[in-house]
Design a protein around this ligand. Structure first.
Ligand code: SAM
Length: 302
């Protein structure tokens, strides 16, 4: 017989003592897993700390602690993750949205807000490529939930991720048009109509050692067979056809890819090319503005 308080303390000790445990904050994580198995909030768990826990919940809790000890990400064990102002469902086989990507949402959100203010009645269209769970597209749709002029579309190649993204949209009651697409392939109807093009594509070069925190993400979400910036180049190049003149592209990048991706955007004729840093000062995003009048034909190779 164990109480909620005893169980949380035991879980904290298990995570703390685990050799190679990925838990940064064992007490916080132990409490989080207890929330998952009991369906109770953190506050409720504190209130019930002396109450006895049902035997089934204890068995589930021990199973999750063991998986966490083996390095399974907390978000996968919980089945969902908080991202920007929404919560999205995650499952093994689909990329787990990361907090740093919330900054990409903020960059796009600010840009959309200024477009709404300066354009009196036109629709503002956002396209998120490589959407995974739909996190970026859904966070933007949520930010502009009350603004019918904002339309959000999202593309993703993995059928599993497409299913999750659609389900997330449904659960959140957000009208995001999620399509299975190899980058722009399913979006011919939006050519020339996009105001803000966003993406957090795969950007790890083949053979590069994976940081431990991404080892549970699917390889197709991480690796770029073209050396790390191939997706950025393809999106920037074809993006010129999809963006309206003056439209913005903003891409997440690996922290050593800022010079190369800025060069790509310049080569692809974007103006006002700039890099944005995350909260720790590392360059993690590159952005640019589509010029008036299209691309110089000789620059276009695909
Ligand atoms: C780094 S993950 C990012 C997911 C999501 N944007 C996020 O930030 O959480 C990259 C995503 O690109 C998808 N992807 C890979 N190749 C693709 C392609 N050719 N077209 C569309 N999506 C692709 C992967 O399945 C994966 O979901």
């Amino acid at each position: 017989m164990k109480s909620y308080g005893e169980l949380r303390d035991a879980g904290t000790a298990i995570l703390r003592d685990a050799v190679g445990s990925a838990a940064d904050d064992p007490r916080w994580e132990a409490t989080r897993l207890l929330e998952v198995v009991t369906g109770l909030s953190r506050g409720e768990l504190v209130r019930r700390r002396d109450q006895v826990v049902e035997i089934e919940a204890i068995a589930d809790y021990l199973r999750l602690l063991e998986e966490r000890r083996r390095g399974v990400p907390l978000q996968l064990l919980a089945g969902h993750v908080d991202f920007h102002e929404i919560t999205v469902r995650v499952e093994p086989g689909v990329f787990i949205p990361r907090p740093e990507t919330e900054l990409l949402v903020e960059l796009a959100r600010a840009d959309v807000a200024s477009r709404l203010a300066s354009e009196s009645d036109r629709e503002i269209r956002i396209l998120d490529l490589c959407t995974g769970t739909g996190a970026i597209a859904l966070a933007l749709a949520a930010a502009f939930r009350a603004e019918p002029r904002v339309r959000v579309a999202a593309g993703e190649w993995s059928p599993q991720a497409v299913r999750i993204a659609r389900r997330n949209a449904e659960d959140l009651g957000l009208a995001v048009d999620v399509r299975r697409s190899d980058l722009f392939s399913a979006f011919a109807d939006l050519e020339g109509a996009i105001d803000v093009l966003v993406s957090n594509p795969p950007y790890i070069a083949p053979g590069e050692t994976l940081p431990v925190e991404v080892q549970h993400d699917p390889p197709a979400a991480l690796y770029d067979p073209e050396g790390g910036t191939g997706f950025h180049r393809r999106i920037a190049r074809r993006g010129r056809d999809f963006l309206r003149p003056g439209g913005m592209i903003v891409l997440e990048i690996g922290e050593t890819q800022d010079e190369e991706t800025a060069r790509i955007l310049n080569e692809e004729q974007y103006r006002e090319v700039g890099r944005e840093r995350d909260l720790t000062g590392r360059p993690r995003f590159v952005r640019g503005i589509a010029r008036e009048g299209g691309v110089v034909p000789s620059m276009r190779s695909s």
